[in-house]
Design a protein around this ligand. Structure first.
Ligand SMILES: [Ca+2]
Ligand SMILES: [Ca+2]
Length: 204
């Protein structure tokens, strides 16, 4: 590993701003991503130190290995306005509620790899609930086809779910899309024509 990792501190000339007390590495990364010049973060359980120059040559790197209780991260860079978490960029569109198809078209229009929020792990579920924040019900990029839930990204069958108790219930055989509830972020199937909020995602 690069010797620059030793010590887990930014030098005075590298450090950007004060050490931030934070509970989540995702939040630490987000703060860095929105700070001009920030290339990386050192994160402990309570501190987030933003650096200007560490791993400058690896600005597109993913999470680096955990070392002791400190994780060393080079932040995934996203376009302005997009939030950087884990290996994806997210864009919240909260001004207009849209149907599922409208949301798909809107997200697709934002870039070649852009798609409706697609949650495929507990880690990403936590990002969605803790960091994307409550903007109301948000469409998830899955829909029912021939009795199976498939991904809107590539039409493959979906392996990860986070349904609320009793869902999916496909009430009236009309609930072929899915969104996250406002409060607990568990999923509910609902009519694709319902208006919900849009969060778009780009995998990095
Ligand atoms: Ca995803
Ligand atoms: Ca339902």
């Amino acid at each position: 590993m690069d010797t620059a990792v030793s010590g887990f501190k930014c030098s005075a000339t590298e450090q950007i701003g004060d050490v931030i007390l934070t509970l989540a590495i995702q939040m630490c990364m987000s703060v860095c991503a929105s700070t001009d010049g920030c290339k990386s973060v050192f994160y402990t359980r309570s501190e987030c130190v933003r650096c200007r120059s560490r791993y400058r040559n690896a600005s597109d790197a993913r999470l680096l290995p955990m070392v002791g209780s400190v994780s060393y991260t080079t932040v995934v860079r996203c376009n302005p306005g997009w939030l950087s978490f884990l290996d994806s960029c997210y864009l919240r569109h909260s001004s207009t509620k849209m149907t599922y198809d409208q949301t798909k078209n809107y997200c697709s229009s934002l870039g070649v790899n852009a798609h409706v929020l697609y949650i495929d792990s507990d880690e990403e579920k936590d990002v969605a609930s803790n960091v994307l924040q409550a903007i109301g019900p948000v469409w998830i990029g899955i829909h029912l086809k021939d009795g199976s839930w498939i991904s809107s990204i590539d039409d493959t069958s979906v392996a990860y779910f986070n349904w609320a108790l009793g869902e999916p219930n496909n009430t009236g055989n009309r609930e072929h899309c899915a969104y996250t509830y406002y409060e607990n972020y568990l999923w509910n199937d609902s009519p694709c024509t319902d208006p919900n909020n849009a969060v778009c995602e780009i995998d990095m």
